[in-house]
Design a protein around this ligand. Structure first.
Ligand SMILES: NC(=O)C1=CN([C@@H]2O[C@H](COP(=O)(O)OP(=O)(O)OC[C@H]3O[C@@H](n4cnc5c(N)ncnc54)[C@H](O)[C@@H]3O)[C@@H](O)[C@H]2O)C=CC1
Ligand SMILES: CC/C=C\CC(=O)/C=C/C=C\C=C\C=C\[C@@H](O)[C@@H](O)C/C=C\CCC(=O)O
Length: 267
């Protein structure tokens, strides 16, 4: 998929990985609509992107991914302004093992909402242009992270949901690919919440476990994950793929494909 002229939505795009994904899309000539709950941060990031890439190529909408109305409005306003949607990155996520329902609402329900709203606008049977959805999971979506069990559950959910949707898209002939990114630790604001009592609650006393994991995996820079993101967006052969990103580089997880499971593409 060539990116020039394509239209992308990135949730949680005001900072961290989402901001990095938005930047590489803009650098490749795409138009990007940032959705984020943080209005100040979103406006600041948008102003910086407008200065570098032009005011016609960037939009920002205050959008809490737990709000169906805000999410739907932001998608509709993006389509009204940019004419359609080709790429959606469901990236917004938090760590909070105390208010764990909030973690489920954002990390899992938010990705499900974002995927369904994206499909409404992208699938060919609705007059959409097809395209690709990249859902941001984590390595904790493929293996447990003991001090964040609910976070782990949400990321397992993102992987399972995304793989099922990828197969459904093949069977239904939607023309939309759905893939996942599974990074290890990345140097962003989110990582700093891992040591906070208000986020990790009862598990905060298990900081030694976090230390072991951090020492074992190291810490990625946003740019390391952006490289894997760009590869996933551009490689039109990938559907239902999960990419693990580690400090040694990134690699695809070997899953059975839709074809292996005898799921035929609808003609
Ligand atoms: N930082 C890390 O070590 C890793 C992060 N990830 C995942 O990457 C994604 C992005 O994380 P980071 O960039 O590290 O976090 P971050 O905290 O730097 O940025 C997250 C962005 O999402 C926004 N956001 C939070 N709740 C929201 C909501 N309800 N609605 C809309 N926007 C909301 C925040 O305002 C912020 O701009 C998350 O899904 C996270 O689980 C995955 C693996 C490793
Ligand atoms: C937990 C929240 C902290 C920061 C955000 C985040 O998502 C970071 C995750 C970092 C590492 C998670 C590691 C989990 C590791 C174990 O479960 C292992 O069993 C790894 C599982 C599968 C490995 C597959 C592979 O390496 O090919």
């Amino acid at each position: 998929m060539a990116l020039s002229g394509k239209v992308a939505v990135v949730t949680g795009g005001a900072q961290g990985l989402g901001k990095g994904f938005a930047e590489i899309l803009l650098k490749n000539g795409a138009k990007v609509s940032l959705f984020d709950v943080n209005e100040d941060l979103g406006k600041a990031t948008t102003a910086a992107f407008e200065k570098e890439f032009g005011t016609d190529n960037v939009l920002f909408y205050v959008c809490d991914v737990t709000s169906e109305k805000q999410f739907k409005d932001a998608f509709q306003r993006t389509v009204q302004t940019f004419g359609g949607i080709d790429i959606v990155c469901n990236n917004a996520g938090i760590i909070n093992e105390v208010d764990w329902e909030k973690t489920v609402d954002i990390n899992l329900s938010g990705v499900i909402k974002g995927t369904y709203l994206a499909m409404d606008h992208m699938k060919k049977e609705n007059g959409g242009r097809g395209g690709v959805i990249i859902n941001i999971a984590s390595l904790a979506g493929l293996g447990p992270f003991p001090t964040c069990p609910v976070y782990t559950a949400t990321k397992y959910g993102v992987v399972g949901f995304s793989r099922a949707m990828a197969m459904a898209s093949v069977a239904a002939g939607y023309g939309v690919r759905i893939n996942m990114l599974c990074p290890t630790f990345v140097r962003t604001a989110l990582l700093n919440t891992l040591k906070l009592e208000e986020q990790c609650g009862q598990f905060q006393k298990l900081l030694e476990v976090n230390k072991t994991f951090l020492e074992s995996f190291g810490i990625l820079e946003v740019s390391d994950v952006v490289k894997a993101f760009e590869n996933l967006v551009l490689d039109e052969s990938q559907n239902g793929a999960a990419v693990i990103v580690k400090t040694e580089g990134f690699h695809y997880v070997k899953f059975p494909t839709a074809e292996d499971l005898q799921i035929k593409s609808k003609q």
